[in-house]
Ligand binder design. Sequence first.
Ligand code: SIN
Length: 503
Amino acid sequence: MKNYREFDVVILGGGLAGMYTAMNLDRELKIGMFIKDKIDKGSSNLAQGGIAAEIKFDEAKIKEHYEDTLRAGSNLNNKEAVEILVNEAGENIRNLVSMGVNFDKDQNGEFIKTLEGGHRSRRILHAGGDATGESVMRDLRESLKKYTNIDVFEDEMAIQIITDDNNKAIGLVCINNNNEPDYVFTNKIVIATGGCGGVYKNSTNEKFAVGDGIALAYRAGIKIENMEFVQFHPTGLYEPEKRGRVFLISEAVRGEGAILRNIEGQRFMDKYDKERMELAPRDVVSQAIKREMFDTWSDHVYLDIRHKTKDFLMHRFPTIYEKCMSIGVDMSKDLIPVTPIEHFLCGGIASDLCGHTSMEGVYAVGECANTGVHGANRLASNSLLECLVFGKRVADDINASKEELSKRTIKFPPVIGEPRKFNFKSIRVEIRDTMDKYVQIVRTEEGLNLAKKIIERHYKNLKKINVMSRYYFETLNMATVALIIIDAALSRNESIGCHCRLN
Ligand code: SIN
C-alpha cells in the first residue's frame, strides 16, 4: 500500500489567490496547501503598485472602475465578472484588513490612494510605499499561523490530477524535493499557481513561474482560453547584462507624474495616445515604446521623474529608489532606463464566476485562471483584486458543499516515470529565447510558426520519455504552455489589447 495524505480541500500555490482562498474556507475543513517552491516566493510577493478598489460605496466611482477595466481590456472582458470584481472589492479589502493586513495611510488614518495607467481616479491602495505585495503577503503569512486547519507543504509540485471513473478530480500526484511521488486525496482542488513569465527569457516573474497549474490542467483535459493575451509591462528596469528576473519600475511612478522619453530625450506618448499620454493602459504604452525603440534603433527608453524631490521619491518608492541607486541611477537627478517586459497572463484556465473549471472538483483562481475580468489586457492593479474577489467566491462555493466533502475515493494511478538526473537546461534556454524572439509584443504569422516548430519538437521529445523529476515536469510544462500561447496567437489574426499581430 502506498503512503498518501487526505484533505478536504487542496490548494496549489501559496500566493495571494491561494492563501486568501484557504483563509476564507470554514475552519473545520482540513486544508493542504501545496507549493512548488517556498511560501515567501512568487509574484504576489513582488507586486509593487497596489490593489485597485473603490472601498466606499460610491456608485459613480464603482461604475468608473468598471468602465476603466472594460476600456483597458478592449471590451473583450466578461462583463458580469467585471461587475463582480468592482462591486465586491470593498468588502474584500475590509476582510483583508480584518485578517491583519495593513495599507499605507495618511495622518488622518485614511488610506492613501495612487493612480496607474488606464484609471481615471486615484483608487489604488498600497503598502510599504512600493512594496504592496511583500507587505500584504508578510501580514497574511503572520495571520496564517493561527489557522491550525491549514497545513503548508513547500517544495511539492503537483504533476497529475487523479480522477475517478466519472472524470471527477479525486486527488493529485505531487513530486517532492527528492523527486519522489507523493499522493494526495481530496474532493476539491483549487489551482492557484500564478502566471507563466518563466517561459520567457525576460520577465518580471520568477524563473520558476512557468504556468505549472495551466499545464497540469491541460494534461487533465481541462479547458484553457485567452492565452494569446500575454501582458508586457511598459517599464522593466533596463539592465543589459543582468540575467534572471527583471526588476519592475512600478506604473505608480508614472501615476505620480513620471514621463517617458526616447533615447534622444524626446517625450513621445502624444504620438500614440494624446488624451491619456503616459497613463494610457499597458498595451498602448508598451506598443508605443516598442515602436519608439524601433524608430530610434534602440532597445530601451527612459522614465523621467526628476521633477520630484529626493525626499518624496525615497519615501514613496523606497524599493525602487534603492534598486536604482544600486545601479548608479539617482531617480531625483537621472533618467531611469526602461524597456517593456513580460509581466502577466490575462488568459488561463477557463473558470466561471465561482472559479469552477471544466472538470468537476477543480477550481482555478488568480493569474492562472481566466474568469474573463481582464479581457484582452489587464487594467493595472486589478490582479491582486481578482485574487481576493474570486478567491472569496471559490471559498464560499466550497463552504456551501459540505456534504460532498465527507465522501472520498482513493484510487492510485499507474507510476508515471523513472527518477533520472537530466536537467533539460538546453531545452529551457531554447524555449525562453524563442518566446522572447517570436512571441513578443508584436507578432507575425511567420515568427509564430517558426516558434511553434522549434517548441513542438521539444514537446514531442519530452513526451516520449517519462522522468520523475521537477526538472522534467517544469520543462514539459514550459513547452506545453508556450505551445498553447503560440497556438492561441496564431488563431487570432486581429490585433486587440496586448495581442498585436503585424500580419
Ligand atoms: C506595477 O506596479 O506597475 C505593477 C502592478 C500590476 O501589475 O498591476
